[in-house]
Design a protein around this ligand. Structure first.
Ligand SMILES: Cc1ncc(COP(=O)(O)O)c(C=O)c1O
Length: 420
């Protein structure tokens, strides 16, 4: 008789999964070249050769389909630089979807602005234009739109509201490299797109990031914000002289991406497109197959989302299904069947212990002005947090036979949920 792996049975899949991050001899050669170049940062001396940092920014801008990009050290700093470049500051309100990683909101705090939480679309987990519009006050200056869980917010509707109401738009694309909505990549809709290249992301150098924009003025500000007020030179300096030149039009900080990381990102960027396509095809397969299993429902997908970017593959369990067992137990059973971490989404910010502005002296005044008021519920985000089941994106790089095992694992756990 078939027994669940969680209770001692044979797992559905025991042959492992593709690893992440991925590299080969060409990656080692690329990083070694940067290592031996003698220049490890864009803030170092000019050596007669374009920096990896700037080359990566150019190539990443091309990838997103925008004229300008600036490399950064993290996704979190990308968000802060974006808000600063847009002139968001003391007392401004910035609308943030409540279902996201904590960095989306802490970036707002970092520029002395007030994050205003808004619930998400119950079908996709992303921000909805009508909820954005309803939260606007005369203090609202910007919105950070987060594309996550393999979906994108409806950027046509959101940009229409932002235009009509005079809001600046930052897209948080930490989980959405290469996602495409009606022919345009995530990050290319708003004033600025902010990306993370942290280890788990689909384009990674361990740590890293980038900001992208269509606007030459914002590009100038972003350069200076990320390099203590310095910018790229108009003409190359003499060898041995610092590459970046002092500008000081706006005060910056050091958010520069290191040269080794930039070399690594250039190597990874060359591999990104086929990986995106493989994962998107795997996700389409899983969406179709898992929809047939009682109690499992893929997230709704707009026909405008031409290609999802699969950061964490997300599927929803229906609360009464799986013998009404808790989602934590269902996840544990799937994890035992598949031999890979099966996990929950980030906890919505209003319930997340990591979002705690009152613990920092400089944020106390903002915590006191929190909107909406403490105790407000966000039913869609809470329901998604309770019921989403996430798989790491490396699973979706596996072959079809292995993906069939994912489907079998769900079917097995559904059939044996009484034994959980
Ligand atoms: C939605 C979102 N925004 C921002 C970030 C922050 O990026 P980083 O970790 O590179 O600072 C992350 C990282 O997980 C994220 O998922």
């Amino acid at each position: 008789m078939e027994v669940l792996a969680l209770t001692g049975g044979v797992p559905v899949h025991a042959s492992g999964w593709p690893t992440w991050p991925r590299f080969d001899a060409a990656t080692v050669a690329a990083v070694t070249e940067a290592l031996t170049s003698g220049r490890w940062t864009v803030t170092g001396a000019w050596n007669g050769r374009e920096t990896y940092e700037r080359t990566f920014a150019r190539r990443f801008a091309e990838f997103v389909g925008v004229p300008y990009a600036v490399s950064t050290d993290h996704g979190s700093s990308s968000l802060i630089l974006a808000l600063e470049a847009l002139g968001i500051g003391a007392g401004d309100e910035v609308i943030v979807p409540v279902l996201t990683w904590v960095a989306t909101a802490t970036a707002v705090l970092n520029v002395n602005a007030i994050p205003v939480f808004v619930d998400v679309d119950p079908d996709t987990g992303c921000l909805r234009a009508e909820d954005l519009e309803a939260a606007i006050t005369d203090r609202t200056k910007a919105v950070i739109v987060v594309h996550l869980h393999c979906r994108m917010a409806d950027m046509d509707a959101i940009m229409a509201v932002a235009k009509a109401r005079g809001l600046r738009v930052v897209e948080d694309c930490a989980q959405a490299h290469g996602a495409r909505w009606r022919g345009t990549m995530a990050g290319a809709f708003g004033d600025i797109g902010a990306f993370s290249m942290q280890q788990g992301k689909v384009l990674t150098a361990g740590e890293g990031g980038a900001v992208v924009t269509h606007d030459a003025g914002l590009y100038e500000r972003l350069q200076q914000l990320r390099a203590d007020g310095c910018r790229y030179p108009d003409v190359a300096p003499a060898p041995g002289e610092p590459y970046l030149v002092d500008a000081g039009d706006i005060m910056g900080t050091n958010g520069c991406l290191g040269e080794l990381q930039a070399a690594l990102l250039l190597d990874q960027l060359d591999r990104l497109e086929p990986w995106l396509e493989t994962r998107a095809a795997s996700a389409a397969f899983l969406d179709g197959e898992l929809a047939r299993i009682p109690g499992v429902r893929p997230l709704a997908r707009s026909p405008h989302l031409q290609r999802p970017s699969i950061f964490e593959y997300a599927v929803r369990r229906i609360p009464d299904a799986f013998g009404a067992k808790s989602t934590a137990v269902v996840r544990a059973a799937l994890q035992a069947e598949l031999g890979v971490r099966v996990h929950e989404p980030d906890r919505p910010l209003h319930q997340n212990v990591l979002y705690c502005p009152e613990t920092k002296e400089r944020y106390r005044w903002i915590a006191a002005q929190a909107r909406p008021a403490a105790g407000t519920r966000f039913p869609a985000a809470e329901e998604l947090y309770a019921n989403l089941i996430l798989l790491p994106h490396r699973v979706l790089l596996a072959d079809r036979a292995a993906l069939h095992h994912v489907v079998e694992a769900f079917a097995k756990v559904a059939a044996h949920s009484e034994e959980l």
